[in-house]
Ligand binder design. Structure first.
Ligand code: ARG
Length: 511
């Protein structure tokens, strides 16, 4: 027998090398509070079902509450020789109370249901934080001033100037995209929000558990019933990684535009000085490093998704240690994604767009040639395909002369030669980028009117998400408060049934 918590059937202890290779204490640091909250809920349930005596429940709950206080004061160190957070906390309780009483904590529970419960508890909080951070960034993007409605940017397709758009249109496009990230996170939350606790090692147990009660005490939206699935499932976590990866990619696309457009060749935008750094040798440099890193860190979130998919694909149902590899990279992805969301919100607030420069690029790049084609349809009755041809021939002829759409005299002359005369003042109006922007009044288009309408739509979607977020956070807080209130009562000598009755109203709601 060894002195490990599982040491009964072992004659020899593991080597230091094996311990180092298998332990998870560093990674598990993030699970300490989830594990302790879970321990409290589990012990309350064991007590109320008579699986442990009232005296044991009282002692263990008291010990767990003291551990929580130590953890809050930053005084709880996880010992590597105890492998993981679960053994560490159980061992602490046993050291304080002795096996006689402390040895009851792991009744009708396995680290297999325990670890997935902890991970879900931690992850759902992160998902809510990510929703909040997305909503903050969306708020920044939608808080554009009225002047952005007519500040011109070239809109690009194929990386070639295509049609003029407004700065407000660009900002609201990213907000629109991020709202889908919010919906994806909410979807991942929904699947994470199911409680595996009580599945035990894989097959359930002969003890008369109340899985609904523990799920409620832990603030879960429901129970993940099937014990084998509950202990094996990691798709909730892969789905979250996918949401982080897609969100990271979306942020990267925005970052790419900012990096590119802040170069001299574009000069369309400048990041605030606080979001750039200089060069050690080139005094003139102002490098948009935050945007570059927002782009680069998408590698971490994408990499994590691939790592998790690969890690899980060969694991048969039932826990295997491979699954322990589900957390380290996920933590990295979480840190990369949340910090990027937050810093990009700050960067967005300080972006300075140059609408005059945007307008100039639109003129230089024939961005309003479509307007002439449209005019030939509406005013001259040409089929659009024919009108497209005429406008294209005009562009070719102007290019040959080294002219642009600014040269309305040349344009009028060429159109006359092509047999489709248009007056110069009409051309001047058609080709003006700001006029084109104002004219795109279709729903979802770039005109000030359309952008104002879409902003209202996006803002009210964001408000609905914020209301949902408030509700979800409240549920978690209420459940935690209730668990602690009951645990304190029992630790102070109140009967378990009475303590649970007292908190029942705050645990109400559909499960
Ligand atoms: N540290 C483990 C993990 O992170 C906890 C579960 C271990 N279970 C087991 N049977 N070895 O997945």
């Amino acid at each position: 027998m060894t002195d490990k918590l599982w040491g009964g059937r072992f004659a020899e202890d593991i080597t230091q090398e094996v311990l180092d290779y298998t332990l998870t204490v560093d990674v598990d640091e993030r699970l300490v509070f989830a594990d302790l909250w879970q321990d409290l809920a589990h012990m309350l349930m064991l007590g109320v079902r008579g699986i442990v005596t009232g005296e044991v429940a009282q002692a263990v709950l008291g010990s767990l509450l003291r551990l929580w206080e130590r953890a809050e004061r930053g005084e709880l160190r996880l010992r590597p020789e105890l492998e993981d957070v679960h053994f560490n906390l159980e061992q602490q309780v046993i050291e304080e109370l002795g096996r006689e009483r402390g040895g009851h904590l792991q009744t009708a529970r396995s680290r297999n249901d325990q670890v997935s419960t902890d991970t879900r508890m931690y992850l759902r909080r992160i998902q809510l934080d990510a929703v909040a951070a997305n909503l903050d960034l969306i708020g920044e993007l939608l808080a554009f001033p009225e002047t952005d409605l007519l500040a011109i940017l070239p809109g690009y397709t194929h990386s070639q100037a295509a049609q003029p758009i407004s700065v407000a249109f660009w900002k609201s496009a990213h907000a629109s995209m991020l709202l889908r990230d919010v919906r994806r996170l909410r979807g991942a939350f929904e699947r994470t929000d199911e409680c595996p606790l009580g599945a035990c090692a894989l097959a359930g147990t002969s003890f008369p558990l109340d899985r609904e009660l523990t799920a409620r005490l832990l603030g879960f939206g429901g129970v993940l019933s099937h014990a084998l699935d509950a202990t094996s499932a990691r798709d909730y976590l892969i789905e979250s990684a996918a949401a982080f990866a897609i969100g990271g990619n979306n942020l990267s696309r925005m970052a790419e535009e900012i990096v590119m457009w802040s170069g001299h060749e574009y000069r369309l935008v400048e990041v605030a000085d606080a979001y750039a750094t200089g060069s050690s040798i080139m005094p003139q440099k102002k490098n948009p490093v935050v945007a570059e890193l927002a782009r680069g860190r998408a590698g971490r979130t994408a990499g994590t998704l691939v790592q998790l998919l690969t890690m899980a694909k060969g694991v048969t149902l039932g826990y295997s240690c491979d699954l322990q590899e589900d957390k380290p990279y996920l933590w990295h992805a979480i840190d990369a994604y949340l910090s990027t969301l937050r810093i990009v919100a700050g960067q967005t607030r300080g972006l300075r767009f140059d609408g005059a420069r945007g307008e100039q690029l639109c003129w230089d790049n024939f961005s309003t040639a479509t307007e002439l084609a449209n005019h030939l349809v509406t005013a001259h009755g040409l089929p659009f395909r024919e009108a497209h041809h005429v406008s294209g021939a005009l562009v070719a002829a102007l290019l040959k002369r080294g002219a642009t759409l600014r040269d309305t005299a040349a344009a009028a002359e060429i159109l006359g030669e092509l047999g489709h005369p248009v007056d110069e003042p009409v051309l001047a109006r058609l080709f003006a980028p700001a006029a084109a922007v104002s004219g795109y009044t279709s729903p979802g288009g770039t005109s000030p009117r359309s952008v104002t309408a879409v902003r209202a739509e996006l803002s009210s979607a964001a408000e609905a998400h914020a209301a949902w977020l408030g509700g979800a956070r409240r549920r978690l807080r209420d459940a935690q408060d209730a668990t602690f209130a009951a645990a304190r009562d029992v630790a102070a000598g109140a009967g378990i049934a009475k303590a649970l009755d007292r908190i029942a109203p705050s645990l109400n709601g559909e499960l």
